[in-house]
Design a protein around this ligand. Structure first.
Ligand code: DGY
Length: 312
């Protein structure tokens, strides 16, 4: 009926989740049914008067959008763990709860992180290119990685216990101790690491934390992997560092902007492997994320506490 709370979904969900949200009989569902991010104009238009929004990390949620939605809006639920696309101060101001999907994508993203470490360490992009171009040769030293690859291959749990894990930022104590990981200063981390994996949230503290000054301090053979957010790396500086011969190998699941222009200077470096933000991209993971996002949006429009709310 026209009294049912209206929920705007900005992308079709994985099949089981789409069925789940369509089976919620107490809401009126509106959704954008084309593949790819909803155009901003459409988003602003469809948001008008809705009670709940289930959005993606590609949808900017700011004052303009919240104003467009208007006073009926009771909840925004993003199908992502990250919420750097959301202006939290607006949520604070308006006391609207924000839901996200922590936990369920951890394993999938960790897999891509490991994949990128190995891809970077073993120079997989150069390997693929050599296969495609018919430049594949066999010689005792062709395509041999250097120190970085040997190091990566020694990382737990690949080969033995020779690798030492250091970290900066937040790692839960029990996890850190089971890995034998040691907390260090950022400066120590960047100077001493053979493999650096960026896995943190993008926020004011981490924005462009990896810049030219930082790259200069890194080992010349360092393997740098980012599966968090492109904005944590100042990408112009990364290109500059690479063109000056710095850094051993780079693996990126996240870049600036997304999608990356195929002509972007970053892609001309053979030692950079880019994958298209597929960290959480398994059907199981995306379904779990979508289901949590559904729980969040339905709880919100029903006036209940969100099971997975962001602290705003
Ligand atoms: C997230 O959930 O923030 C991830 O980036 C989605 O892939």
């Amino acid at each position: 009926s026209s009294m049912a709370p209206k929920v705007l979904l900005t992308q079709i969900l994985p099949p089981d989740s789409q069925k789940l949200i369509e089976s919620a009989k107490d809401i009126e569902l509106v959704y954008w049914d084309k593949t790819g991010a909803i155009p901003r104009e459409k988003f602003l238009e469809l948001a008008k008067g809705v009670d709940g929004i289930l959005c993606m990390l590609t949808d900017k949620i700011d004052s303009e959008l919240l104003d467009a939605a208007g006073p009926n809006l009771k909840v925004v639920s993003t199908m992502s763990v990250g919420y750097d696309h959301v202006d939290l101060s607006e949520f604070r101001k308006r006391s609207i709860p924000l839901g996200h999907t922590p936990g369920v994508l951890t394993d999938a993203v960790a897999d891509i992180t490991v994949l990128l470490v190995l891809a970077a360490a073993r120079r997989i992009r150069e390997g693929f290119r050599a296969v495609e171009k018919g430049e594949w040769i066999w010689s005792p030293t062709w395509m041999l990685g250097r120190i970085g690859s040997a190091t990566a291959l020694r990382l737990k749990p690949f080969i033995g216990n020779n690798g030492k894990i250091i970290y900066f930022g937040r790692v839960e104590k029990p996890i850190a101790s089971s890995l034998g990981a040691t907390k260090v200063e950022f400066d120590t981390l960047i100077r001493e690491s053979d493999v650096i994996c960026i896995c943190c949230a993008l926020n004011e503290e981490t924005k462009e934390m990896f810049n030219y000054e930082v790259f200069k301090k890194m080992k010349s053979n360092v393997i740098l992997v980012n599966t968090a957010r492109g904005g944590i790396i100042r990408q112009d500086d990364l290109c500059r560092a690479l063109s000056e011969g710095m850094l051993g190998s780079v693996g990126l699941d996240v870049v600036t902007p997304e999608p990356l222009n195929p002509n972007d200077p970053l892609l001309k470096f053979d030692k950079v492997t880019v994958v298209p933000h597929i960290g959480s991209g398994t059907l199981e993971t995306r379904t779990m994320m979508a289901n949590i996002a559904i729980e969040n949006v339905l709880s919100g429009v029903r006036g209940e506490t969100l099971p997975h709310a962001v602290e705003v």
